[in-house]
Write a protein that binds this ligand. Sequence first.
Ligand code: AMP
Ligand code: ZN
Length: 474
Amino acid sequence: MVLKIYNTMTRKKEVFKTLKPKEVKIYTCGQTVYDELHVGNAKTYGIWDIIVRYLRFKDYDVFHVQNFTDVGHLTDDGDEGEDKIEKRARLKRIEPMELVDQQIREYWLDIDELNIARPNISPRATQHIIEMQELIKKLLSKGYAYEVSGNVYFNTSKFKDYGKLARLSLKDLKAGARVEIDPNKNHPRDFALWLKAPSKHIMKWSSPWSIGYPGWHLECSVMAMKYLGDTIDVHGGGIDHIPVHHTNEIAQSEAVTGKTYSKYWLHNAFITINGEKMSKSKGNFITARDAINKWGAMVVRLALASGHYRSQIDYNNGLLTTAKNNLERVRNTIEHINNASPGRNNELLKIVKAARKAFIEAMDDDFNTPKALAVIYAFIKKVNKSINKASNKSLNASKDLIIKLMGVLGVDLTRKEEAVELTDDLIKLLIRMRDEARKRKDYKISDRIRLSLKKLGVIIEDSPKGSRYKIINP
Ligand code: AMP
Ligand code: ZN
């Protein structure tokens, strides 16, 4: 069975051929860490996790890098607006790096709970300022970049294939030109590699061109090539990244190396809410934490996998209720197996084999998760029917298969959802332990206590006089 992947670059499903046999180098664009994770972000990171898990299931040696953007992402994906992190830090009256650290801690709590496996490396943009400057120097020396008043821009006219991923036509590029306002650019579609910081700007570094900060697109090229090589197997991101971010990553990387930057480009479609893209800027988002609290992490995970990654899905009660019911059906089957008194019939073993094959066929078809889930649901129906006569061996094989395949889709059936009964005394004790952890600056523990309590409906409010709590789900 061969794996086929839809490559945005060619707009075709292609047979997956890695650069080195059985090795996959994958880079996916990560979170700009200034706000909470929402379910749209979780869908995107969830699908990269499924893809990595599936490739490992198929015995590929996968190395996954996903960055944290902690500088340089302006409120506009082009070169306009303020730095998102600096803006939010100013509002909160904290250091931008304090905000980043806080958000990264919260991020991991959500990601871990959603059973999204952590990448091999999660590098941060600010750890790679030197490498970014090196790349800019190379682009300047090759004539692909130019400097104007302390800013450095990529010269898109010099890069022959500019816009090939998005299939931008000259007409699109001219249309974009009308809204462009930066007078320093030779051509409106040119993009910033380095920007001179206004005097009040907080996050800035010295460079040969100015005291300033890097353009957002640069970090992904630098980190992908540093950790994975000049040419990588797979590059993933949300579909919003096709026309600007990934287009610019390709231009600056390929201009420097003269090689193909990524063999396969994968793009995940949006989660919508009432038909509109869920986004931080629109304010129509549901945080992953709220969704987890309401439905449970594994229900959310299953709901996110229930649509194909290239199809838009709408976040609504129906989607989550269906996932909840399906998860219950799967869990019930496992429980029935655990309680069954085995017979002698081995018929199920054949069905186990067929189900495994059908699952692989579905996932080999561009990671068709809804089809793969349909295979699992059909399989559990058959198991339910045979449970009373099936042999011990076939029941165990069935159970193992269900747990394994759901696990590939990110749903961990072995995880126990704990039921905790909270008393006032217990809450107070936990709050005191959290205060002590905060005093020692052990934010990992303090955050875990705060978020665990939040999950149970207890919200801690910090004030100069100390911590108080309120119960939202009595
Ligand atoms: P951002 O929140 O803009 O930093 O996006 C982080 C990642 O989540 C990017 O890869 C986006 O493409 C993705 N993303 C943002 N909004 C959505 C959404 N509504 N549905 C799916 N993915 C999203
Ligand atoms: Zn990126």
